[in-house]
Design a protein around this ligand. Sequence first.
Ligand code: FMN
Length: 170
Amino acid sequence: MTALVAYATSGGSTAEIAGWIAEELRTAGLDTRLLAAGEVDDVAGYEALVLGAAMYAAGWHADARKFAKRFAGQFAGRPVWLFDSGPLDHTADDTDLPPNHQATVAMELLQAREHVTFGGRMTAEAHGWLGFLSRRMAKEGHAGDFRNPPRIRAWARGVAAEILAARQGT
Ligand SMILES: Cc1cc2nc3c(=O)[nH]c(=O)nc-3n(C[C@H](O)[C@H](O)[C@H](O)COP(=O)(O)O)c2cc1C
């Protein structure tokens, strides 16, 4: 049995968070695949899903939105968790941020158990459109890494425990 950790990213920081989560699932003894959301074309074989999205313009990264639509209803009976990463300050750690509209839709489509928001990261070194906008936002004082690996890893250990508990129930 294999868990899937899928992520939607433009600058790579959400992919890194997904990697930390996958590491914790593996440490807990779960066989785990880590894939970009756009690379997933079949979900039939997975016992559980963690889907993560970078947040842009108050919404979810398009690859995560498309994933939720493509696989709507296909995780029935299997546990699903959603996370997003975005705020360039400490609000995600200090408060329980509610899911935005697109995350709420994804929760319904995938019948997710839980949604959580983690802080984001922005560097001025990104390329292309992201680099252009990031440099502008960095000048306004928004650059930085607001991810919290201990919090993310602790959350992932809780997810792993729930996946293992779900196995007992089957
Ligand atoms: C143009 C732009 C728009 C953004 N819009 C939001 C937003 O609406 N809400 C938010 O929480 N974070 C926003 N962010 C911050 C990103 O979500 C954050 O940098 C995130 O870590 C990026 O993830 P990625 O590196 O995986 O693409 C924005 C960043 C950029 C560059």
